[in-house]
Design a protein around this ligand. Structure first.
Ligand code: ZN
Length: 369
């Protein structure tokens, strides 16, 4: 970790070029993958209707990690049920974000004072994947992970491609997903939207699903105006252009799920507000925040954000959403603390992310070498 200016991204036009070359769009070789099979029986048991979803009454011997993970770990496959709605983080990828390359606005002293927030290699632990939303026999998947893409060196390291196996371990057939909705069109959120399976033409990985994206996100990527983080033209954009359904701000994209356009990280970056029967809500805020520190310091943008002012405005909107009663948040890249809520910190003046207990169904399905 260093504050050497040579490691910081440049500003303006050259900064865009830097981002173009540093963001991931490259296919990687398939990586060995393990760790899910042993959790299958437990996962299936936990997913039975009426299964235990709350820590109260658990034996004291049950390890804390079953409900609460660490910020410095990649996410386990965890689930949280609110009312009639169950959300499960279907983990696809392990990532470690470079504290300087990915978070150029966060002062070095912040990380120095919090060694417990970093991995052994001194990076910020993150995962990528999809959020499976289940209600009344229907299944929505928000984002589809990193797949065979890779994060390039200045931003961090990554290894993806576990999404379909994780779904299999959860006994969720791809055909049972009726809707796939994207928060934004970056490679770590679009990775397994389409698969080739040795066919010359990529096919939908979720053959019966509607594929949804905000019109405000699709148009600039399709015109080629945005290259930062853009997915493969042939393997994602072209097949997506044949099947996509666009929506506008405030659209109800799925029963009880409303889209909120929160631009800044990308032009039409979308938050999904999931509302359950009991009045509780989960705000799936995509990449408006990449690490919990940014909820406390919303003025700390991330390196790949295309519009810093937009990000700060979006965060103001989202923090107001998260302050509402009975509201939780979901952060894709928040280590093993993806499910949480915004609370006052111990000083009473600031706010911070507090992970909420979310049952571990499976260990993290993929690790970095
Ligand atoms: Zn992301």
């Amino acid at each position: 970790m260093t504050e050497d200016p040579a490691h910081l991204p440049p500003v303006g036009r050259s900064r865009r070029a830097w981002l173009r070359t540093t963001l991931a769009t490259t296919a990687a070789v398939a990586m060995p993958w393990s760790g899910v099979a042993s959790g299958v029986a437990q996962a299936a048991a936990d997913r039975r209707p009426g299964g235990v979803e709350h820590p109260h009454g658990e034996r004291k011997s049950v390890r804390r990690s079953r409900w609460l993970g660490e910020l410095r770990d990649q996410s386990a496959v965890r689930t949280l049920t609110i009312g009639d709605t169950r959300l499960t983080y279907v983990v696809d990828a392990a990532m470690e974000l470079d504290p300087v390359g990915f978070f150029p606005a966060v002062p070095d002293s912040y990380w120095r004072d919090r060694p417990e927030a970093l991995t052994r290699s001194g990076r910020v632990a993150a995962s990528a994947g999809g959020v499976l939303v289940e209600r009344g026999g229907r299944r929505l998947l928000i984002d589809v992970g990193l797949g065979s893409n890779v994060l390039s060196a200045p931003l961090g390291v990554s290894r993806g491609g576990a999404l379909l196996r994780t779904l299999r371990a959860l006994r969720v057939p791809p055909e049972s997903i009726d809707t796939v909705a994207f928060t934004h069109l970056h490679t770590d959120h679009t990775g397994l939207g389409f698969i080739r399976d040795r066919h010359p033409v990529p096919r939908k990985a979720f053959p019966r699903a509607d594929y949804l994206v905000a019109g405000a996100e699709w148009a600039p990527f399709w015109r080629g105006d945005v290259l930062v983080g853009a997915p493969s033209w042939d393997d994602f954009m072209v097949p997506m252009s044949r099947v996509l359904r666009r929506f506008d701000d405030h659209a109800e994209v799925w029963p009880g799920v409303t889209a909120l356009i929160t631009p800044g990280h990308s032009p039409g970056h979308t938050t999904y507000v999931v509302s359950a029967s009991d009045g509780r809500r989960i705000v799936v805020f995509g990449d408006a925040f990449h690490t919990p520190a940014q909820l406390t310091r919303p003025d700390w943008p991330s390196g790949p954000d295309v519009d810093t002012t937009g990000v700060i405005e979006a965060r103001t909107t989202l923090l107001a959403q998260l302050r509402a009663p009975r509201t939780y948040g979901f952060g894709f890249h928040f280590g093993d603390q993806a499910f949480g809520r915004l609370v006052r910190d111990h000083t009473g003046d600031g706010e911070q992310w507090q992970p909420v207990p979310a049952r571990k169904l499976l260990p993290t399905p993929i690790r970095l070498p």
